[in-house]
Design a protein around this ligand. Structure first.
Ligand code: PHE
Length: 363
């Protein structure tokens, strides 16, 4: 079933590259979703990714109580294409123009492959862009806040498992030392977790040494005997075949689209392993950016809102236990209810909570 409101595919006027913007829903408010710059075998694979990722953004905002809908931008780089600085600027300006053409029904932000600096380039063509560098008045790189949100969800899980929300002394296995994974590893080490980390890039071992964490291979990490498994790499790692092999008590992490297929949520539930849906665990970046840039919250206030992911996680795990369904199924119920009682899709006002986005508009 085609459930998206609108999908635009355009060849960038300057770059000649395929740019895809998928708006999944604006039922709860204007759509938000980052801009992914990634290689795909074919641009159609980028389209498939945009459809999936924009739908996940609707789940993210609705579950985390952010009054916005879900969208996503994908720049589909053909295999082997490497962008130099001028080409990068060109394609980002193309993105800005396509974002602007939605007239405020969609705003973008950083995602895999793009940075706060890139958002500044996009802002040359549109104000509908979050997370420009703080030096130019944006809310900056969201990774630390995404990590803080995951940390809050981890606290809720340990409360559920018993023993308070302290990670101290618990075994935590973290897969993926990218932008968010690294920040999270530092937080968990600081809070006294017995940490094992891994990454496909062996050079990241230096971080393990610095944090006095153990190191294992990515494959071993998935089936390690541990209290908590934290997927922080690319998605699709939780497969049907993996579930019987798992030796963790719970799973929470920031990686997008962790389930190889939807049914895995049910399998995990039946095995008694709570899985906090990735779209909730990773909502901290969006929560922070929206609070800062649209609501005028101070950094402290915005960070407190990010901490609210802990309460939402607790509520979700509680509902899951009460209804005897997986946390994912409980979240889907909540989203369906919220969407059903919202106004008509496509009737959402343009993003203008504080008049406009704060990014300057260049004429
Ligand atoms: N990549 C972010 C996410 O998946 C998207 C984003 C972050 C959008 C911050 C706007 C602001 O949540």
């Amino acid at each position: 079933m085609f459930s998206h409101e609108q999908v635009s595919v355009r060849r960038g006027a300057r770059s000649g590259l395929p740019i895809i913007i998928a708006i999944h829903s604006t039922a709860l408010g204007p759509a938000i979703g980052g801009c992914r710059l990634w290689h795909y075998p074919d641009w159609r694979d980028g389209l498939t990714d945009a459809l999936r990722l924009s739908e996940a953004m609707t789940l993210k905002t609705a579950t985390a109580n952010v009054p916005h809908g879900g969208g996503k931008t994908v720049i589909a780089l053909p295999p082997g294409v490497v962008l130099g600085e001028p080409e990068r600027r060109d394609v980002l300006r193309d993105v800005g123009e396509l974002v602007e053409s939605f007239g405020g029904r969609y705003a973008t932000g950083p995602d895999v492959g793009t940075s706060a600096e890139d958002m500044n380039t996009i802002s040359l063509a549109t104000r509908r862009v979050f997370c420009r560098p703080e030096s130019v008045g944006g809310s900056g790189d969201p990774a630390p806040y995404t990590a803080a949100g995951v940390r809050a969800a981890i606290g809720a899980v340990f409360r559920l498992l018993g023993g308070g929300d302290e990670v101290r002394g618990h075994r935590v296995t973290l897969i993926g030392l990218g932008h968010v994974g690294t920040q999270l590893a530092r937080m968990l080490a600081r809070d006294g977790a017995k940490l094992t980390v891994t990454d496909v890039d062996e050079r990241r071992r230096t971080l393990a040494e610095e944090l006095r964490a153990d190191w294992c291979t990515p494959a071993d990490a998935l089936t390690a005997e541990t209290d908590l498994l934290v997927p922080a790499a690319l998605g699709g790692q939780l497969t049907t075949e993996l579930v019987p092999e798992l030796r963790c008590r719970a799973i929470v992490g920031p990686a997008n689209n962790q389930l190889a297929e939807d049914g895995v949520a049910e399998l995990l539930h039946r095995r008694g392993i709570p899985w906090v849906p990735d779209y909730l665990a990773s909502a901290g970046g969006v929560i922070f950016a929206v609070a800062r840039e649209l609501r005028g919250a101070t950094p402290d206030e915005a960070l407190r809102l990010v901490g609210g992911i802990g309460e939402v996680t607790e509520e979700l795990l509680h509902n899951s236990a009460r209804l005897g369904i997986s946390p994912h199924a409980a979240a889907l119920r909540k989203v369906e209810q919220r969407l059903a009682t919202a106004g008509d899709a496509e009737s959402a006002p343009a993003i203008a909570v504080r008049g406009e986005f704060t990014a300057p508009m260049m004429s």
